[in-house]
Design a protein around this ligand. Sequence first.
Ligand code: FAD
Ligand code: NAP
Length: 313
Amino acid sequence: MLDCAIIGGGPAGMTAGLYATRGGLKNVVMFELGMPGGQITQSSEIENYPGFFEHGKTGMDFMNTWQEQTFHFGLKHEMKKVERVAKSGEHFVVTLEGGESIEAMSVIVATGSTPKRANFKGEDEFFGKGVSTCATCDGFFYKNKPVTILGGGDTALEEALYLSNICSDVYVVHRRDAFRAAPPTLERVMKKTNIHLITDSIIEEAYGGMMGLDGVKIKNIKTGEITDMPNTGLFVFVGHDVNNSVLKDADGTFICAVNDWGQVIVDLSMKTNVEGLFAAGDIRIEAPKQVVCAASDGATAALQVIAYIQERS
Ligand code: FAD
Ligand code: NAP
């Protein structure tokens, strides 16, 4: 029986593993379907993690430094996808792809979330090289420069407000003429003189070269007119998929409380409403979707797990 099964090897999962093993737990396994590192490994540069300020270092370089430290204290890593977590009496059963089952006293779910793609030409090619899904992460790279946003929901408009304080102009491209975002947010956006709403329009293409994105072509879907927007960063905010499938029972119901968007409801100690089950990082409610916050969640969850195991031994 594992003391703790950690699901996901991004910043939250790796930090949970570091704290759990360094804090004395002997039998902790981190299940990660690929190489550890998480979404940040897709980033071409990270400059908002305190203590790491090296220009030209990618998210992959950044996460490589985490691995040696994380595994030093005895965390075991299994490169396996978890299919499901179920509670069975006092403990948990973690089912892996292929059907193998492992029992654990406690579980930290840190499977993150995945920003949705809009599927326009050049989106994948320039993702992390001018096409971004994170204004907090990448907005500063466009200080006093124009940026384009795709989307018409709360995230798109809230991030437009955030970027309008950093960038010279923010062009919000939305496929309809009515916005899904809350009316008060839209009102605030409309008061900003440097935010420009481009409705009934889509991104036809993101283009560039070896150095990254050079600009975007915007298509009005009513008139067919194409507008070239050179020298712009592009932020895509068309929703998120929360990676919560491991928390679903065979009948599709969740084993713990989640909100309307499938984010796991936790308290300030990352406890879910199921004893012994914790959630950390981008998967949880109100997640700021930042590496430093995911790492903090992982540490918090692991400290709670140590106390939970001690109470039961
Ligand atoms: P993730 O990093 O998403 O890690 C979850 C892990 O779980 C993944 O490795 C995944 O493979 C694994 N997993 C999922 N399902 C399963 C399963 N069923 N079984 C096993 N493993 C599973 N943040 C910043 O602070 N600064 C930045 O500059 C910045 N830039 C970014 C740039 C890009 C391009 C992206 C995409 C994100 C950026 N972020 C940045 C956000 C940051 O990467 C995330 O907030 C952070 O990685 C979340 O950590 P996490 O551990 O919660 O989840
Ligand atoms: P969302 O509400 O699903 O909005 C996604 C937006 O992207 C929509 O405007 C949608 O257009 C557009 N879109 C989707 N796919 C597209 C594509 N392929 N090409 C072009 N445009 C596309 O996502 P979200 O804004 O991330 O919000 C998710 C949830 O979190 C929402 O329920 C939201 O209310 C909530 N949220 C709340 C707050 C808050 O309360 N402060 C803040 C952020 C998010 P259509 O409108 O035409 O569908």
